[in-house]
Design a protein around this ligand. Structure first.
Ligand SMILES: CC(=O)CC(=O)SCCNC(=O)CCNC(=O)[C@H](O)C(C)(C)COP(=O)(O)OP(=O)(O)OC[C@H]1O[C@@H](n2cnc3c(N)ncnc32)[C@H](O)[C@@H]1OP(=O)(O)O
Ligand SMILES: NC(=O)C1=CN([C@@H]2O[C@H](COP(=O)(O)OP(=O)(O)OC[C@H]3O[C@@H](n4cnc5c(N)ncnc54)[C@H](OP(=O)(O)O)[C@@H]3O)[C@@H](O)[C@H]2O)C=CC1
Length: 281
């Protein structure tokens, strides 16, 4: 495998492109508009520069890593990819459409993977004629820092494809964990109800945003509180995941009305400048 195409250059796609380029792969970073690709690239550059300043990377190596990443605004560029990692929005319609197009564009050997947080891999695979080559490769945010990759097989995923993705995750410096295809897998089935419950405590006026986060940071040694973490993930993504859990697993996963309200207001968290915290001031 030589070339990896990453679709979506938001916070996850950018991070995935960075770790893939650091592992020595040629990376095609794709999004709908060039300005989004440029934004993703500038974050990668900022991360690498910080590593140079800390003495963890030297300048010439940084240039080599950046030189491995090319920009793309056309899905047709997937014709050059041995592996695609899709990290567009958490929406089944969008993902199914991307995968059905990729199936036509990509060579026969290309593996199609998705970084979905919660959606069924089997259903995404069914939008292609190569379900044996479709797999979930679920990175954690922020990608350059977090060790875990959940690997999720769809019903038809082949052992060979699983093994390739497991080896690639290790090459990227990650620790793969195999998980069956179920709503939210393990990570988000456990994490998102905690975040949703934290939002309910705010909604019910039990404590302030800061107090809720402090309880979980100081009381449970979490590196960040659940509301700050929700802002980091993106409240639109948290809501989408919560809806998948609610639909697939029942009423106890119902999204808090306050979460819905914030998303309707465009308060998506850190990426939009406003969520439970205000990032503009
Ligand atoms: C929704 C899903 O589907 C799945 C998910 O991803 S759920 C979210 C999972 N992620 C988490 O739970 C994150 C929890 N938070 C944390 O682990 C930490 O708060 C954190 C890693 C984000 C920041 O750590 P911190 O110690 O508070 O801050 P800080 O000292 O600034 O950063 C620690 C290191 O991470 C790096 N870092 C922090 N944010 C980064 C980012 N966005 N990109 C790249 N590197 C980053 C820093 O440069 C620093 O690196 P060094 O050790 O080389 O100096
Ligand atoms: N945020 C997190 O903590 C995690 C998220 N994930 C998953 O990763 C995926 C991406 O999330 P995240 O990076 O946070 O989201 P972002 O909103 O930061 O980025 C998504 C990017 O994909 C672009 N996009 C949307 N549709 C398409 C398309 N058809 N083709 C190409 N690009 C497209 C978006 O453009 P535009 O802005 O125009 O919509 C945006 O630039 C989601 O499936 C999410 O569930 C997985 C693990 C953790």
């Amino acid at each position: 495998m030589k070339t990896i195409m990453v679709i979506g250059s938001g916070q996850m796609g950018g991070g995935i492109a960075q770790v893939a380029a650091q592992a020595g792969y040629s990376v095609i970073l794709n999004d709908i508009k060039e300005e989004f690709v440029n934004r993703g690239l500038s974050i990668i550059e900022k991360n690498l520069r910080r590593n140079v300043e800390k003495g963890k990377l030297n300048g010439p190596d940084m240039e080599i890593i950046l030189g491995r990443i090319t920009k793309s605004v056309s899905l047709q560029d997937a014709a050059l990819a041995d592996l695609v990692i899709e990290a567009a929005v958490e929406n089944m319609k969008v993902k199914a459409q991307i995968f059905s197009q990729l199936d036509v564009i990509c060579p026969e050997h290309t593996i199609l993977s998705t970084n979905t947080s919660s959606l069924p891999i089997t259903e995404i695979a069914a939008s292609t004629k190569r379900p044996e080559k479709v797999i979930g490769m679920h990175f954690m945010n922020p990608v350059p820092v977090m060790k875990l990759v959940e690997i999720i097989r769809g019903l038809a995923t082949s052992d060979e494809v699983y093994k390739t993705i497991e080896e690639l995750s290790l090459e990227m410096g990650k620790i793969p964990v195999e998980v069956n295809d179920a709503p939210g897998f393990i990570s988000n089935r456990v994490l998102i109800p905690m975040i949703n419950e934290a939002i309910y405590t705010l909604y019910e006026g039990i404590a302030t945003v800061e107090a809720i986060d402090n309880v979980m940071k100081l009381g449970m040694n979490h590196p960040m509180g659940p509301l700050a973490l929700a802002d980091l993930i993106g409240l639109d993504t948290v809501l989408s995941i919560c809806e998948v859990l609610h639909e697939g697993l029942g009423d106890k996963y119902r999204p808090c009305p306050l979460l819905r309200k914030y998303v309707k207001a465009g308060w998506y968290g850190k990426k939009s400048g406003r969520g439970f915290y205000n990032y503009n001031s």
